[in-house]
Ligand binder design. Structure first.
Ligand code: BG6
Length: 498
């Protein structure tokens, strides 16, 4: 990183300071930014949560998970962290916070940016937003920002309600709805790949592309998040946000500039163009599964229903596959197949663009044995890179064709270790850049696209959630979804992009 454009002095207040996200992602990201010299001299973190802790024990708790390599850097970082044990629903919390902020600001003698990061369960968000709004802690529109973590509502109606609450108290420019996938280097690179090159754009449409697949697979189960996940499921947890956002970057029209509003306009256009799924046809467009017990790398792993905090007879989906169409000239008739699941064989996220076959085949059938159409695979994680598959003539006296791969890997091309998604996003919030954050209309359009599926799944008429063994690629219904169109899922091959 090149620390030339440090943000203004900033105080980040984290609601939910004792939660997973804070110690696993947010604080390590802030620490990395700090040790790389990205943070301003005047910088502080205030952790807010219910649990009774003093500053020292809170800092010790963070350090335990972070295991910093350099003690001096850690000490310098840690002295900027304080902790407030309080209840977000209680007015006293906000008066206390106002006093702490005022004390920091008077000590610094500057007016810093105030970032309020809501890393709290959805049930508490509205309360926190209302209290932050009514207590005037965010009245400086230019300097006060509020970051809202997903899930942003649980359907279109609740998302609208949350948006109404937020926009009642805050200007849209103050609201940062986070989707950490947009902070990933490889996801941002989709824009560079498409729009910094003249090569791909002319063939990026229904004339040349047969279909697109987006897979986000995880090996882990629900871990200790059963309480949250059981009321959520894969469609709300991953498809409504991460998968649709990545799909937007793949499908969007070329923006005229890199301005945040322009990029967001173009992504929301894609969401609005998604063809609504007719309620009676949902089973043909979306399937769901739930992991049963199985084996992963020689280890027996439990069924979803045996996980802590999951209801015994739960029918929450841990796998979802969806087929969508984007009804515009560019994508007419091109299916986008999206799938995600927990307890799949590997952790891998990738986008594959499958091209049509060459219009005229000049080679004899004996020459084209294992011939395959062209495809481009964007490896989002791991093995970050891009692989272009095309046919080549095998060396030899006879003409025989074989598919070969041309690879770009981040590891080989760049020496820099890419920043974690949360580093990019937190820095953007401090710098007031909302390009990678979702606007009201983006969130609502994404929910609107998912509503027919959610409604069908909530009704009794739809097929039940299909079980799949942990360690498999999901339920058979997912294979059927794509096989019905004469296609098959591309299996991510981790360790060797291709
Ligand atoms: C989160 C989901 O948004 O993304 C989790 O809530 C999921 O269930 C995670 O595990 C996956 O993110 P990543 O960056 O590890 O692919």
């Amino acid at each position: 990183m090149d620390p030339t454009a440090r943000p203004d002095p900033s105080v980040i207040t984290i609601f939910g300071a004792g939660g997973d996200l804070t110690w696993r992602k947010l604080v390590p990201a802030l620490y990395n930014l700090f040790s790389d010299g990205w943070l301003p001299e005047h910088f502080a973190i205030i952790g807010v949560d219910l649990r009774e802790l003093d500053d020292d024990s809170y800092v010790a708790h963070l350090k335990e998970h972070l295991e910093p390599a350099d003690e001096n850097t850690w000490n310098d970082f840690a002295r900027r962290i304080s902790y407030m044990a309080t209840d977000f629903g209680d007015d006293a919390a906000y008066t206390g916070l106002a006093e702490t902020l005022a004390a920091i600001e008077s000590e610094w003698g500057v007016e810093p940016s105030r970032v309020f990061y809501l890393a709290i369960p959805p049930t508490l968000i509205e309360t926190a937003v209302e209290k932050l709004g009514t207590t005037q802690l965010c009245r400086d529109v230019a300097r006060a920002r509020i970051v809202v973590e997903k899930p942003f509502g649980r359907d279109l109606e609740s998302a609208r309600e949350l948006n109404r609450t937020l926009t009642n108290f805050f200007d849209e420019s103050q609201i940062y709805r986070i989707d950490h996938y947009l902070g990933k280097e490889t996801v941002q690179n989709i824009l560079a790949f498409r729009f910094a090159n003249a090569l791909f754009e002319p063939i990026w449409d229904q004339r040349y592309i047969d279909h697109v697949q987006i897979t986000m697979a995880e090996r882990v189960g629900v871990e200790h998040r059963g309480g949250y996940y059981d009321g959520t499921g894969a469609l709300r947890d991953m498809v409504q946000n991460h998968l649709l956002q990545v799909m937007c970057l793949v499908a969007m029209e070329p923006p005229v500039s890199f301005e945040d509003e322009e990029i967001r306009n173009k992504t929301v256009d894609v969401l609005h163009a998604i063809r609504p799924i007719p309620p009676e046809e949902v089973a043909h467009f979306a399937v769901r599964g739930q992991y049963a017990a199985g084996w992963l790398e020689g280890e027996r792993v439990p069924a979803y229903r045996e996980e802590p905090d999951v209801a015994a007879g739960s029918d929450t989906e841990t796998f979802a596959a969806v087929k969508l169409f984007v009804d515009n000239w560019r994508w007419h008739g091109v299916p986008f197949y999206l799938r995600t699941g927990k307890r799949l064989p590997v952790k891998a996220s990738e986008v594959s663009i499958h091209f049509r076959t060459a219009p005229h085949q000049i080679f004899p059938s004996a020459a084209v044995g294992d011939w395959q159409p062209n495809r481009i695979v964007l490896h989002i994680q791991p093995d970050e890179g891009i692989v272009l598959r095309f046919q080549a003539k095998r060396p030899g006296l006879k003409v025989r064709l074989s598919p070969v791969d041309m690879r770009f890997t981040y590891r080989e091309a760049f020496e820099d270790v890419p920043p974690e998604a949360y580093e990019t996003l937190l820095l953007d919030v401090m710098q007031g850049d909302s390009t990678l954050f979702k606007r009201t209309d983006q969130v609502e359009a994404a929910w609107a696209a998912m509503m027919p599926i959610l409604e069908a799944w909530a009704s009794d008429t739809n097929p039940e959630v299909s079980p799949y063994s942990a360690g498999s690629w999901g339920p058979d219904t997912a294979e059927v979804l794509i096989a019905r169109d004469g296609r098959s899922w591309l299996t991510p091959s981790v360790g060797q992009p291709g």
